[in-house]
Ligand binder design. Structure first.
Ligand SMILES: Cc1ncc(COP(=O)(O)O)c(C=O)c1O
Length: 382
């Protein structure tokens, strides 16, 4: 799906020098390069603060706790995402509440969020009780397309909810706000959470993650939570975690960050090429006018599951990597059996689990390969 060696070939010398520098200093845990990278990352995102953590799942867990959510608090999110999104909510002691997605962008549908809130209010004796435990909305910028933040922020304001953005798949995606300002995804809500898993747009050489915010208290909490709840060494104020971004990873990420806009442009060009060749064959990704897609994944959609499965089989037989992100909507996962959700509860998510397929996507993917991949799809769908 990705060619990690391609970017290493391009910038290998810079990376090697950065790694050697850390090896010679041996400042492996919270070395100054972590702080430097946090500052660079915050600057890129246009926010005040960034906190490097061990991975994207921890970034979400720490963000939920850092912005003040407590045990039993509810968080509205999508069922069509990677399990890490809800895993983090549960690990923070909170309760995920699902709302369906928009079929065009695959992101949280604000109308479904409001419906979910109204349903909760109607089903309780006193209006306020229904949403007494509801404390946050957690949109996922799926595949690299930002969610409808304008509407999500309005709902959050109306019901006094925090907004925690899951940007694991969307680093460098942008969203134009009502006042025509481009904002980096993750900098729009109260907290943004990123993953540096190697296959992400900004990937490290192992695991890594980041929490960003403009709020000083959330920042201080996140900093303590990632390091055993300590604000001062050996004095813990809260239950925290061992979840620091390694200095080695921070040094590597600092090098890669300089190239991110170039790489995202290249990903957009790859997507355009795919679009040209596939637009009359399958449903190609939609990009909303007010968004820059970061194309962590290039995902197409078929008329039905049978067709999708047939194409997937044919691609794999012809040595083309492809993946279903994700084949089982979270409300149908065994781990959430106790939630009592059933088939049909989130029809858009269920359709997407059956009809979508992601194709190889990385900045250096060349035109010949794209042509070969799309030809193989057209072998099946004439
Ligand atoms: C939407 C989403 N959220 C969270 C994560 C978790 O990130 P990590 O693997 O760094 O823990 C991922 C990782 O793939 C993801 O795709």
């Amino acid at each position: 799906m990705v060619d990690l060696k391609a970017s290493y070939t391009e910038i290998g010398k810079e990376i090697d020098a950065a790694v050697k520098n850390i090896l010679s200093k041996s400042n492996f845990i919270l070395g100054e390069e972590v702080k430097i990278f946090e500052e660079e990352f915050a600057r890129y995102c246009g926010v005040k603060y960034a906190v490097g953590v061990a991975n994207g799942t921890d970034a979400l867990k720490i963000a939920v706790l850092a912005c003040g959510l407590k045990k039993g608090d509810e968080v509205i999110t999508v069922p069509f995402t990677f399990i890490a999104t809800t895993e983090a909510i549960v690990q923070a002691g909170c309760v995920p509440v699902f709302a369906d997605i928009d079929p065009k962008t695959y992101t949280l549908d604000p109308k479904k969020v409001e419906e979910c809130i109204q349903h909760k209010i109607r089903n309780s004796s006193a209006a306020a009780d229904g949403i007494r435990n509801l404390k946050a909305i957690l949109p996922v910028h799926m595949y690299g397309h930002p969610g409808n933040m304008e509407e999500i922020l309005k709902i959050a304001k109306k019901h006094d909810l925090k907004v925690i953005e899951d940007c694991a798949q969307s680093f460098s995606a942008k969203y134009m706000t009502a006042d025509s300002r481009w904002q980096v995804a993750g900098s729009i809500g109260d907290v943004g959470c990123f993953s540096f898993f190697p296959a992400k747009n900004l990937g490290c050489f192992g695991d890594g993650g980041m929490v960003i915010t403009n709020d000083n208290e959330t920042y201080e909490n996140a900093k303590a939570l990632r390091n055993h709840g300590q604000r001062k060494k050996y004095y813990s104020e809260m239950d925290g975690f061992n979840s620091r971004l390694d200095t080695l990873q921070a040094a590597i990420l600092s090098v890669k960050l300089k190239y991110i806009d170039k790489w995202t442009e290249m990903r957009n060009k790859v997507a355009q090429k795919y679009n040209e060749l596939l637009k009359d064959t399958v449903a190609i990704p939609t990009v909303s006018e007010n968004c820059r897609h970061s194309f962590n994944y290039y995902t197409i959609r078929f008329k039905n599951k049978a067709m999708r499965d047939k194409v997937q089989k044919h691609l794999l037989e012809n040595e083309v990597a492809c993946q279903i992100y994700y084949p089982q909507s979270l409300h149908l996962q065994k781990v959430y059996e106790e939630m009592g959700c059933k088939k049909g509860d989130f029809p858009v998510s269920e359709r997407m689990q059956d009809e979508t397929l992601s194709l190889p996507m990385y900045p250096e993917l060349d035109g010949n390969k794209i042509k070969y991949i799309t030809d193989k799809i057209k072998d099946v769908i004439v």
